[in-house]
Design a protein around this ligand. Structure first.
Ligand code: ASP
Length: 340
């Protein structure tokens, strides 16, 4: 019999409508268990840890990430897999940071939730949860098939740090256009073996140091120098710069001078694209050529969620600018594809 650990953090899956206000509010795990009598028929031993309070995932924060990661570490030896029930709004951030915190993971950590609460007739919660449990328990030759942090939603399994929420209305809430889907559930669950991480020979290490001094600069035509200066002067160690196309920016001297000064003053600036598909290619156009020269870092095809959380993780590991700069451009948990 498989031992599966369920961590319930909240999200729509377990929400009910407040009769007074008509808004969805988180409810306890009992609601899920009541609406899912099939849980008792499963051939797994389930252990449930419910967070207090349970939250809408828009209230997610690093202290809760630490708690989740610690629970997984504390129970790692005794369970075959972990399912985290989580709101979909920030699920990709949590999946990304957990992928960095849980190095050398050899067991599945599957985040899932739903777009409609479990008590609704047309809910997607039942299927999502049952499939997540099945994947969390799947083994071959005694080894877990999935050895990484994933998101299961609408019959698709995504690498967590490659995914993002792209639709707030459809059951198909997530996508990972820069990396293949890891598995698809139909009559059978078909795993895309070549795309999976194999951590069999690695040591499992929990990293608990995070430094959230990360900022974001999203460019748009007409953005004012004052606004850019305010961001670059903020008390952060790194800035994720969301650029155009394949990593392009304005070439105005004042702009490049500001970036160069920020880098000289100890800040890392990471170039990721506003496009959801494709990769940053510094130097492909004249409009990105100067960036490399002043020390702007290449975010390749990382999602925004992976970029922000990777910097929090690396800044927790290293006090110096150079080490963070070195590692952020490396593929450490399958989060980016280096194309040069
Ligand atoms: N607002 C909800 C949350 O992220 C949405 C969901 O669960 O799908 O907690």
């Amino acid at each position: 019999m498989q031992n599966i650990f369920i961590i319930y953090t909240g999200g729509t899956i377990g929400m009910v409508k407040d009769p007074d206000t008509g808004t969805f509010v988180p409810f306890d795990f009992e609601l899920i268990a009541r609406n899912l009598p099939d849980l008792a028929r499963l051939n797994y031993r389930l252990t449930v840890h419910s967070f207090t309070p349970i939250i809408d995932s828009s209230n997610m924060k690093p202290s809760i990430w630490l708690e989740m990661a610690q629970i997984i570490k504390d129970n790692y030896e005794h369970y075959d897999g972990f399912v985290i029930l989580h709101g979909s709004d920030t699920m990709s951030f949590s999946a990304s940071i957990l992928s960095f915190m849980l190095e050398g993971l050899q067991k599945p950590v599957i985040l899932s939730g739903s777009q409609l609460p479990i008590g609704e007739i047309r809910t997607d919660a039942r299927e999502n949860m049952m499939t997540a449990l099945e994947i969390a328990s799947a083994k071959e030759n005694g080894k877990a098939i999935i050895q990484e942090v994933c998101i299961l939603f609408d019959n698709k399994l995504f690498r967590g740090n490659r995914s993002f929420k792209y639709n707030s209305a459809k059951f198909e809430a997530f996508r990972s256009p820069n990396y293949p889907v890891l598995a698809e559930a139909g009559i059978h669950i078909n795993y895309n073996r070549e795309a999976l991480l194999d951590n069999t020979d690695k040591e499992f290490i929990l990293h608990t140091e995070l430094d959230n001094r990360v900022g974001v600069l999203k460019l748009f035509p007409g953005i004012s120098p004052d606004f850019i200066r305010a961001i670059l002067d903020a008390d952060v160690r790194s800035i994720v710069m969301e650029t155009f196309g394949s990593g392009n920016t304005m070439t105005d001297e004042w702009f490049l001078d500001m970036l160069a000064a920020a880098v000289k003053n100890g800040k890392n600036i990471l170039d990721i694209s506003q496009c959801k598909v494709g990769s940053v290619e510094l130097g492909r156009y004249e409009t990105s050529q100067g960036l490399k020269a002043i020390g702007v870092l290449n975010g390749y095809d990382m999602t925004f969620e992976a970029a922000v959380t990777k910097l929090m993780y690396l800044q927790g590991q290293f006090d110096d600018q150079e080490s963070v700069a070195y590692w952020v451009e490396k593929n450490i948990r399958g989060e980016l594809t280096v194309n040069d």
